[in-house]
Write a protein that binds this ligand. Sequence first.
Ligand SMILES: O[C@@H]1[C@@H](O)[C@H](O[C@@H]2CO[C@@H](O[C@@H]3CO[C@@H](O[C@@H]4CO[C@@H](O)[C@H](O)[C@H]4O)[C@H](O)[C@H]3O)[C@H](O)[C@H]2O)OC[C@H]1O
Length: 385
Amino acid sequence: MPEKLGAFYTGQYRNLFLECGYGAAEIEARVQHTWNELFEGNEDTRIYYEAGDDKAYFLDTGNLDVRTEGMSYGMMIAVQMDRKDVFDRLWKWTMDHMYMTDGLHAGYFAWSCSTDGSRNANGPAPDGEEFFALALLFASHRWQEGPPPFDYGKQARDLLRTCIHKGENGDGYPMWNPDNKLIKFIPDCEFSDPSYHLPHFYELFALYAYAEDRAFWKQAATASREYLKISCHPVTGLAPEYAHYDGTPNNDKGYGHFFSDSYRVACNVGLDWEWFRGDAWEVEETNKLQSFFADKQPDDYRRYTVSGEPFEEKSLHPVGLIATNAMASLAADGPHARANVELLWNTPVRTGVRRYYDNCLYMFAMLALSGKYRIWLPNKFSDKE
Ligand SMILES: O[C@@H]1[C@@H](O)[C@H](O[C@@H]2CO[C@@H](O[C@@H]3CO[C@@H](O[C@@H]4CO[C@@H](O)[C@H](O)[C@H]4O)[C@H](O)[C@H]3O)[C@H](O)[C@H]2O)OC[C@H]1O
């Protein structure tokens, strides 16, 4: 692959485990072993469950429900691992049970269902839609289009169109604010969740969405990179779970601190740097985060204010935090980058009832740090196009 194909696109996927001295064969085996634990393992570790002949779901084992978050994560993991069988089962369950055809949020997916497919809510959570869209675009390239609902590319483009145009006819709300181009926490609110900001996804939507939507996605990528700068604390690097459009924490319902949702910011910033060298700030940000956690032990991770004051409350997902801090090393160049990768390597997947969220983040980090979290799309970065 040419060294530099476009303005930002790196075309490179570092294998940080290899850089840390682990062997290529053991890295391959570890990634596969992690897959096995999540998708085929015993009840202590698995989160993937088949349902009938053609469907499957990811179970949020802590909340005993099926979430668009988990379904879309499962599809992204499956397409990275080239497992069309698993991907199709997850997508079929999603379309059969979560897709809403009527009501205020028609065209989106109900964010939480029971394992029997009945809905717990009739509203969406936009982080699911954005992961569905990119996973579907990748599937379209890896496996070609099939009959509906496996016409992956069309499904992705239709969904992206809904996400930014819904409401133009007074029929609901878009997931992105049309003026500031920021993703909302839910369509019918006007604040955000820093961990939903995926500028590296939007760069790809800007190339593969319907032509008339591409300019929006390019603007969204820029807006999200700027938003991350104002929503992450300038000293600690910590982001709140929810934040206002000016970047200040939104603590109206107690989500204005660094807790579960926030962990994903490190992954997203790291992967944006890996795929696109999104912004030099991403290096500073990941260095700050890793410095903040350098003197903290995983068994004593807490909820923190964004300025770093600990609460009594322990982290609900310490293994997930180990994973995201490790994935930060895709961008970090400070003294803690290597130790964070090694800490993940030396940490097993989580067992027990809270394992779902931790192990989703763990699998993403395993893929990313072994150079296997890749862009699966035709090359549109070439100067010739
Ligand atoms: O009626 C509406 C509700 O429909 C609306 O629902 C919100 C939809 O988004 C939900 O956010 C998802 C769940 O939490 C995040 O991840 C969790 C992180 O902590 C882990 O312990 C857990 O396992 C994870 O799932 C996801 O990123 C989101 O997709 C939110 O919780 C609902 O409140 O809310 C407003 C009502 O008026």
